[in-house]
Write a protein that binds this ligand. Structure first.
Ligand SMILES: CC(C)(COP(=O)(O)OP(=O)(O)OC[C@H]1O[C@@H](n2cnc3c(N)ncnc32)[C@H](O)[C@@H]1O)[C@@H](O)C(=O)NCCC(=O)NCCS
Ligand SMILES: Nc1ncnc2c1ncn2[C@@H]1O[C@H](COP(=O)(O)OP(=O)(O)OP(=O)(O)O)[C@@H](O)[C@H]1O
Length: 201
């Protein structure tokens, strides 16, 4: 019976960093952000719905979604964000469920679902355990600004579009404090996996 772990956090809290550590241990990670990108590619059902709702001004020259343009809309207008979520999230859930099914057929010891909005979208039913990657807000803001080359206002708008990380602390089964070094994050990850009966090098 596979252990299904819902990995979550906040934007730029370190989910992908932890996901990469898990992949290095040959653990299957199913990434909601990756599935979300695939779901909105040209020709996909969600692609047509997004154009119908947001217009062709959110397209690049090559006809693909201009992610920066769409982001600048939805991270500043809640009703537009909810509209996009209604279009994209069902497709993401469908695609992830398919991949979970495939992974379970291979009787994998552990399957990790990297879902940024695990708690916001009430998706904890998909997982046996939830693992939060926590970071202090000022570090989160700094890392997001540096990674995405965003202004403080733009980064803050993205952070404010999610449940505060402090509120997620009480919801998760386990927490990795990612304020420190990668080495410290890895050590916490290995201990949590071991506590859950998953022993990796
Ligand atoms: C708005 C979009 C086009 C911006 O694309 P961009 O490449 O800049 O960001 P990316 O997709 O890599 O997301 C980066 C992070 O932003 C946060 N985020 C993305 N979408 C949302 C959302 N609807 N609500 C809150 N936070 C979000 C997540 O922490 C995510 O990890 C894209 O995020 C999108 O299509 N979002 C809607 C689908 C969604 O909710 N995805 C996130 C979880 S499935
Ligand atoms: N412990 C750490 N020390 C220093 N930098 C870190 C640490 N953890 C993550 N980072 C950096 O912070 C940024 C955000 O990390 P990461 O991309 O893993 O976050 P995320 O939660 O996956 O973000 P998103 O919500 O956008 O998917 C990246 O540039 C990453 O290299």
């Amino acid at each position: 019976m596979s252990l299904v772990v819902g990995l979550t956090g906040g934007i730029a809290s370190g989910k992908s960093t932890v996901s990469n550590m898990l992949k290095e241990m040959n653990i299957t990670v199913i990434d909601a952000d990756v599935e979300s990108r695939l779901a909105v590619q040209k020709g996909e059902p969600a692609y047509r719905k997004i154009i119908a709702e947001f217009g062709r001004e959110i397209l690049l020259e090559n006809g693909e979604i201009d992610r920066a343009a769409l982001g600048s809309i939805i991270f500043h207008q809640e009703e537009k964000r909810l509209l996009l979520n209604q279009i994209v999230h069902p497709e993401v859930r469908r695609r992830m469920n398919e991949k979970v099914k495939q992974a379970k057929l291979h009787h994998e010891e552990i399957i990790v679902l990297d879902i940024p909005l695990l708690f916001e979208s009430n998706l904890t039913y998909m997982a046996d355990k939830t693992l939060l990657v926590y970071v202090d807000e000022e570090i989160q803001l700094k890392r997001l600004m540096e990674r995405n080359h965003l202004s403080a206002a733009e980064a803050e708008a993205r952070i404010q579009s999610q449940m505060p990380l402090s509120a997620k602390l009480t919801l998760a089964d386990a927490v990795i404090n990612n304020n420190g070094t990668l080495r410290e994050t890895k050590r916490q990850l290995m201990k949590i996996l071991a506590d859950w009966g998953i022993h990796k090098e």
